[in-house]
Design a protein around this ligand. Structure first.
Ligand SMILES: Cc1ncc(COP(=O)(O)O)c(C=O)c1O
Length: 401
């Protein structure tokens, strides 16, 4: 059953995050028509601020649609839900802290594996597919490292529109099977997500499909930004909400970009203050373009050749939103860390055995990064740290010793 939510979207227009060009919001849009960069959704925040001077979501559903005012769907009939969002923050105990080699910190896991289709991709695709359907799109298409394809296929099935997913041939088998199960077209490609992206671009142009690639349309980031709104709500808004550090497994980077955008909107609304967590990008050392760019002090990332890692969601050799990811890391005083596949598997086992959480390899990478952050002196002790487990480990083959 579709949930009914009070409030209306305050979406006003789209704006290029690079050149500032503005675009009408109620037409189908991809990237900036002037410069090809990422379009952001903009909202009439002054009017929302006067309607809701303090955040008040009491009585709203426990899904991301509770934040309807800050989401782009205008017609409630398109705000369909499979139960995405409002995931728990799970406190890790002393055994997990010891396994991470960090006694004096507070570790919390934002457990995104509990989302429909088992990953945080449900958030972005719940919103992007809903908005596409609202704007009259009948065919959506996307390249995927795995989980985004499954989520897109599920929400397309829910909205009754066609979905076409291109995925690396060696993407996790469950991701391939779920796309087919939900009735979407599965196209397997030799190569990584960039090769899948090229194929989707060609087919979309030929066949009139709408391209839902990461940050190549404005609305997946809006779904992902709800992770940031939830952290603020769970922390009690104001200035108190803010964890010291957020550790985030990064591929295309929609999550980090979305959260950074969310907190700017919440501050403009007066719902939170100016404090921000230090944002830590984690990548696998076999595919780490953002880490390499951060280390070089660059504000753009060069494509990574021949990316390899068991954390398939992080096998993203080039990200259109590289400048936005790096900006969030720099502005927050954060950092970027690469971890090996061996460290990821070990972290997955340690986290499972000390906490009961079976993290996806991407989520486990955040746990693996903690030792690096301690050794480099980035963590001094006493911090409150939020790790994002972006997916359930049960969609991947488990690490067997
Ligand atoms: C479980 C998981 N974590 C992290 C990522 C990386 O996400 P993003 O591309 O939004 O940075 C992915 C992408 O496929 C994923 O599936």
């Amino acid at each position: 059953m579709a949930s009914r939510v009070s409030g209306r979207s305050h979406l006003s227009h789209l704006e290029c995050s690079a050149c500032g060009a503005t675009v009408p919001a109620d037409e189908v849009a991809g990237t900036c028509p002037a410069c090809g960069k990422v379009l952001f959704s903009r909202y009439d925040l002054p009017s929302l601020r006067s309607e809701m001077p303090v955040p008040d979501f009491a009585g709203r559903p426990q899904t991301l649609w509770r934040y309807r005012e800050l989401l782009p769907i205008r017609d409630e009939r398109f705000a369909l839900t499979l139960g995405e969002g409002r995931t728990p923050l799970i406190a890790l105990g002393a055994r997990s802290r010891r396994a991470a080699g960090l006694d004096g910190v507070e570790l919390l896991v934002k457990e995104e594996g509990l989302n429909p289709t088992g990953s945080f991709k449900a958030r972005g695709l719940a919103v992007a597919v809903a908005r596409a359907a609202e704007l009259g799109v009948r065919h959506v298409a996307l390249p995927s490292a795995g989980n985004a394809g499954g989520a897109a296929a599920a929400y397309a099935a829910m909205h009754g529109i066609a979905c076409h997913v291109a995925m690396p041939r060696d993407a996790p088998i469950i991701n391939q099977q779920e796309v087919a199960l939900y009735g979407a077209e599965l196209i397997l490609v030799d190569g990584l997500i960039d090769a899948a992206g090229r194929l989707i671009r060609e087919r979309a142009a030929d066949e009139g499909w709408f391209d839902l690639s990461t940050l190549k349309e404005p609305y997946r980031a809006e779904g992902k930004k709800t992770m940031g709104i939830e952290l603020a709500e769970d922390g009690g808004w104001g200035d108190a909400w803010c964890p010291d550090v957020v550790v985030y497994p990064t591929g295309g980077g929609t999550g980090i970009v979305g959260m950074w955008k969310a907190w700017a909107e919440l501050e403009e609304l007066g719902w939170i203050g100016s404090r921000r967590p230090r944002m830590v990008v984690v990548q696998a050392d076999g595919c780490a373009p953002i880490v390499r760019a951060f280390d070089a002090g660059a504000d753009r990332a060069e494509p990574w050749e021949g990316g390899r890692t068991i954390a398939s969601g992080m096998r993203v050799p080039a990200a259109i939103g590289d400048y936005l990811i790096l900006r969030a890391v720099h502005e927050s005083g954060g950092t970027a860390v690469a971890v090996s596949d061996g460290e990821i598997s070990e972290a997955q086992r340690q986290l499972a055995r000390t906490s009961g959480i079976w993290a996806a390899p991407e989520g486990a990478a955040t746990f693996a990064a903690l030792g690096h952050l301690r050794d480099s002196g980035f963590l001094g002790g006493g911090e409150q740290i939020v790790l994002f487990n972006t997916g359930t480990g049960s969609k991947y083959a488990p690490p067997i010793e």
